[in-house]
Design a protein. Structure first.
Length: 357
């Protein structure tokens, strides 16, 4: 039996995507796979027990069924009040004991148990004495890092972790690499990491479909109200365009951005008409201004969803950046897309070998 802790030095690097994709591929190769997420961030009650919403989805993908509070024994506090409560609940080694017991239950009879990290490694969980380093040591886990490529990596952190973890670190997966950066990543960055003792087990290219979001989900996340085009609210959004310019310039920016939402002042009818003409997935009308009957009618005809929100344009833009940046893979189509991406670009054989399989 082997245990693998999947971690990253920054939040939202793709830990969950890598966890369930690798889990599916290991299962396809004939291995039995267990899964847990010791520290949860998205509380959700399931069958009267509290767990992590994302972990519950991943468990379902992998065909596992354990109680929510076993799957995720500890929840990360979201504010000072939560920190005070968590501090009382997890005094001493109570959190570690709960994680140990859960890991023992989940890993029994499994070839490999995947343990998904939360937030940034190794600090996350320190409040309850269950930071990444301690979990790795206490559960006797190997570590696989996944890092989102944004034009640079946190080299110092990676080299420090290599020194601290030694042979416990089996390597690294680079995630979300733009196509234009692929050559340099393969020819320059990859060899540099290998020379410094960090094996690269895969390079996953940027895939817009993995961060896409249904228009209806976007409306909910923005606390908005759909006022037209509700029948088309299943369309997907991969980004957004801020409508704060002249119409000609706006139309130029819209070209080639067929899956982008448009954020525009509720009183900018000219830009709303331009966005409708371009058949963008949705138009987010700011300032709590109800669109005219003409705009609503055209939206129904063109299949564009109109979402009305209270906030101003720039506040909505900030919210959109956060929402799309932290989008979690939960749709079946996206799960299949993520697994296909991993199957093409992930060296599952080298990971298995590092784990003794």
């Amino acid at each position: 039996m082997a245990g693998l802790y999947i971690a990253s030095t920054t939040p939202r690097a793709g830990k969950s995507l890598l966890t369930f994709s690798l889990g599916v591929l290991l299962q396809k190769s004939g291995l039995s796979v267990g899964y847990m997420k010791p520290l949860g961030q998205l509380p959700q009650k399931h069958e009267e027990r509290m767990g992590d919403a994302e972990a519950l989805v991943i468990q379902e993908v992998l065909g596992q069924s354990v109680p929510a509070d076993v799957l995720t024994p500890v929840m990360l506090p979201r504010n000072l009040h939560g920190l005070a409560i968590a501090g009382r609940e997890h005094s001493g080694d109570t959190a570690l004991d709960g994680i140990r017991n859960a890991y023992r239950q989940i890993s029994e009879g499994k070839d490999i148990t995947l343990v998904s990290g939360a937030a940034a490694f190794p600090a996350a969980g320190r409040f309850a004495n269950v930071d990444g380093m301690r979990l790795v040591r206490e559960l006797d886990l190997k570590v696989l890092l996944v890092e989102r490529y944004t034009g640079q990596l946190h080299f110092d952190e990676l080299l420090l972790l290599k020194d601290l973890l030694g042979q416990t670190l089996i390597g690294l997966v680079l995630n979300d690499v733009p196509e234009k950066e692929m050559h340099d990543v393969h020819k320059v960055l990859g060899p540099w990491l290998e020379e410094h003792g960090i094996a690269v087990h895969g390079v996953l290219n940027h895939e817009p479909g993995l961060t896409a979001m249904r228009v209806s989900d976007l409306a909910y996340a923005l606390d908005g109200r759909i006022v037209a085009g509700n029948d088309q609210a299943t369309r997907m959004v991969t980004g957004f365009l801020l409508g704060a310019m002249q119409v000609d310039a706006f139309m130029l920016h819209l070209r080639g951005r067929a899956h982008c939402a448009v954020i525009v002042d509720g009183d900018r009818v000219d830009l709303q008409l331009a966005a409708l003409h371009a058949k963008t997935p949705c138009i987010i009308l700011t300032g709590n201004i109800t669109p005219s009957e003409l705009i609503q009618a055209k939206a129904e005809v063109t299949g564009v969803t109109l979402i009305m929100v209270r906030e101003d344009t720039y506040s909505v833009a900030r919210s959109m950046s956060h929402i799309l940046g932290s989008k979690k893979v939960r749709d079946l189509d996206q799960v299949c897309l993520a697994v296909a991406l991993a199957e093409k670009n992930l060296n599952t054989e080298s990971i298995r070998h590092a784990l003794g399989y």
